[in-house]
Design a protein around this ligand. Structure first.
Ligand code: SF4
Ligand code: SF4
Length: 166
């Protein structure tokens, strides 16, 4: 995965794709869940997360209380020590987040705590959330972070503009 190329493409496409997602906030074509599922299947035939890890390099998950307890236990640490060592409380949301990027658990481009990773990481990039359009804000933000989301929204725009009057 050439992340430099991805960043350049994302910067070029962001305005158009954001406008598409904005429109999708207002109008949701009939059959959208099926359109999303079909496009998403194609995305994952092209994208291999183990060759990317850009989310782990440039973003932070929100760590829930359950995440902190589970990961701290896995690392044989006390949850308070775990928080003190790696996390900070984000003022705007009150979420516990990483203090640095890339994530401290990314080792050789892979998650070293994969089996117990935060649920936010396990659910990323949220393509199968329903209804899809309720996550448009997330997708708008992730267009420049996640090659899979960029690929998905490009596909959706193409199909919706070709097959639907909206
Ligand atoms: S916990 Fe693992 S999956 Fe989540 S950001 Fe860190 S390295 Fe990536
Ligand atoms: S979820 Fe997106 S940003 Fe993260 S590794 Fe996969 S393609 Fe890359």
């Amino acid at each position: 995965m050439d992340l430099e190329k991805f960043r350049a493409r994302a910067a070029r496409k962001k305005k158009d794709l954001t406008a598409f997602l904005n429109k999708l906030d207002e109008i949701v074509p009939v059959g959208m869940p099926e359109v999303v599922a079909k496009a998403d299947e194609k995305v994952w035939q092209e994208i291999d997360c183990t060759q990317c890890a850009n989310c782990c390099k440039t973003m932070t998950p929100a760590f829930s209380k359950a995440d902190i307890i589970r990961i701290a236990t896995h690392l044989r640490m006390r949850p308070s020590d775990f928080r003190d060592k790696w996390l900070k409380k984000e003022e705007s949301s009150g979420d516990w987040v990483n203090t640095t990027q890339p994530c401290q658990f990314l080792v050789d481009n892979k998650c070293s705590i994969y089996a117990v990773r935060p649920s936010d990481c396990a659910e990323f990039p949220h393509h199968n959330k329903k209804p899809f359009d309720e996550y448009n804000e997330t997708f708008k933000n992730n267009l420049v972070h996640c090659p899979a989301t960029l690929n998905l929204v490009e596909r959706l725009k193409k199909v919706v503009e070709r097959d639907f009057e909206w």
